[in-house]
Write a protein of this length. Structure first.
Length: 154
């Protein structure tokens, strides 16, 4: 894990999105570019590092956080420890995201609240990741994992 894959900004915030929150953005690349203007570091974390990498690559996003085989909890704790920003904010979508933020010393903001404050558009609720990929069940997750793995060979 490490901060600094890209040049950091000079803002007073380290901003971390859950993968679900990043997927909720109508234009993730534009939102991340905007956040870089006022944040020291901006990135995405999830328990599935390869899915984060695929999302970042597909949307042209530079992720300031190097993800290895570490889970979201460990990554957030490491980012918090390495950050020199006075504020660390975790943007998520679920109560579990709120809990991990609180337990690792982050301010928590829901994607709806963060988007409203920053002026970012959210994607259509009808075009959620679940509907685009065929659901949220075990079979849908397996299909996404296979699709993501195959996309690395293209």
């Amino acid at each position: 894990m490490g901060i600094g894959a890209t040049e950091p900004g000079d803002g007073d915030v380290t901003l971390v999105f859950s993968l679900g929150a990043a997927r909720s953005l109508a234009d993730p690349a534009a939102a991340f570019a905007d956040a870089r203007r006022w944040s020291r570091h901006v990135g995405i974390v999830a328990n599935e590092a390869d899915r984060v990498a695929a999302f970042a690559r597909d949307h042209g996003i530079d992720n300031d956080y190097e993800l290895a085989s570490w889970d979201k909890w460990g990554t957030l704790a490491d980012v918090r420890e390495e950050s020199s920003a006075p504020r660390c904010v975790f943007v998520g979508t679920t109560r579990a995201d709120e809990r991990v933020a609180t337990e690792t010393g982050y301010e928590y903001r829901s994607i709806v609240e963060a988007a409203e404050k920053a002026g970012w558009d959210l994607s259509d609720p009808g075009a959620s990741d679940a509907s685009e990929t065929g659901g949220t069940g075990r079979l849908a997750r397996l299909r996404r994992a296979v699709r993501d793995a195959l996309s690395r060979f293209r």
